[in-house]
Ligand binder design. Sequence first.
Ligand SMILES: NC(=O)c1ccc[n+]([C@@H]2O[C@H](COP(=O)([O-])OP(=O)(O)OC[C@H]3O[C@@H](n4cnc5c(N)ncnc54)[C@H](OP(=O)(O)O)[C@@H]3O)[C@@H](O)[C@H]2O)c1
Length: 431
Amino acid sequence: MNAPTKIGIGLLGCGNVGSALAQLLLEDSENIARRTGITFELRKVAVRRPSKDRDVSVPAELLTDDASAVVNDPEVDVVVELMGGIEPARGLITRALELKKPVVTANKELMANVGAELSALAQAQGVDLLYEAAVGGGIPLIRPLRESLAGERISRVIGIVNGTTNYILTRMTEDGIGYGAALAEAQGRGYAERDPTADVEGYDAAAKAAILANVAFGASLVSGDVYSEGISDVTQEDIKLAARLGYVVKLLAIVQLGPKDQVGARVHPTMISARHPLASVRLSFNALFVEGDSCGELMFYGKGAGGAPTASAVLGDIIDASHNRSIGSHGRNPLALGGENWPIDEQSSSFYVTIEVDDRPGVLASVASVFGLHHVSIRSMEQSGLKDEARLIFITHRALERDVQSTLHDLRVLPVVRRVGNVMRVLDEDM
Ligand SMILES: NC(=O)c1ccc[n+]([C@@H]2O[C@H](COP(=O)([O-])OP(=O)(O)OC[C@H]3O[C@@H](n4cnc5c(N)ncnc54)[C@H](OP(=O)(O)O)[C@@H]3O)[C@@H](O)[C@H]2O)c1
């Protein structure tokens, strides 16, 4: 039997995820060595305030506030970045890769904005840059997309990739509470930050959608290329109406291949059939639904956040990178195929539209004619209420986003329309 490989780990950040990882490395190292043949030694840990109380007791001599010293330490073989944010993480990772040290990160913001530059550097240096935990926390998603599905012609990936919003929407759906109360509850339980903007406005999910686009389709998207709408305008009325029509409201990240190999990535509240597998993803759980020509439909499900699940994914990457390093190799990066961004205006969806109208003859015909004028065909229509309460509820067939937006614009100025109410995209299942 070969002597076990020893790998020195340099950890940048010891917060929620870093503490859980440090605990695994400090307390479970024998088990990890038995299972992998690699003995990991935590050599240095960079934090902002070394004297702060932590969830894990890291020996004081390992802690430092000098992150560069961790990267440069010759005893550190693999660098693990769990600080978050773009700088100084980007500079530190660049330095580590220049030193030919493999890097593992869980940093979605970084990978969604400068991932291409860092991956190219890793490739040029012949070392790994792995980021399984950046999307879906503890759920293996990146590796299956990159490796198991490397030859698959994937047409679409649809994800529930933000636990906070899924928790809020689940509580609104199952318990009939309003958005504000559900958000306050999520904050009370630690599922939402005190400033929940990044989650509820869809920015966190947009970063993950960009990463998924790049891994699944070889695109080169950044967060800003992803169209995103959050859930703060979703009302109890939308959820009830959706339920009556057989749908559930979810915040979805949808990434799909367009014509001419363009790649479209978008995040928005979406009505999905109550029978769709993603409809059963409740509370803070995450899932990714993959549609491919040969593999058919696949779903990956689990805990998309939290210290321990995320640390589990980081540890898997550390083991992979260390193994590759010990045999002088590195994993394959997804090729950048150069698929251009498919603008939202040119993508199509079915839509749900509610319109408050005057209750008099001819109204329906004039409203329907506006849809027709813009080539948006109507799949179903329901009328509810009388007089001041009169309302039309439409579900359209799949139509170009641009045409639907023109329809909505014209409806808003139509004399018989008192108000265009809520509008939501409906997931097409007949792609
Ligand atoms: N939390 C999750 O569930 C989760 C899930 C998936 C991915 N992620 C990603 O994992 C990363 C870490 O998240 P987290 O929740 O663990 O963050 P966190 O709790 O805020 O921890 C950040 C850590 O980095 C340290 N740090 C920050 N800036 C530093 C600097 N300039 N120099 C040295 N140390 C610095 C902090 O030091 P102090 O402790 O002294 O303040 C802290 O230990 C992020 O990229 C996040 O997006 C997190």
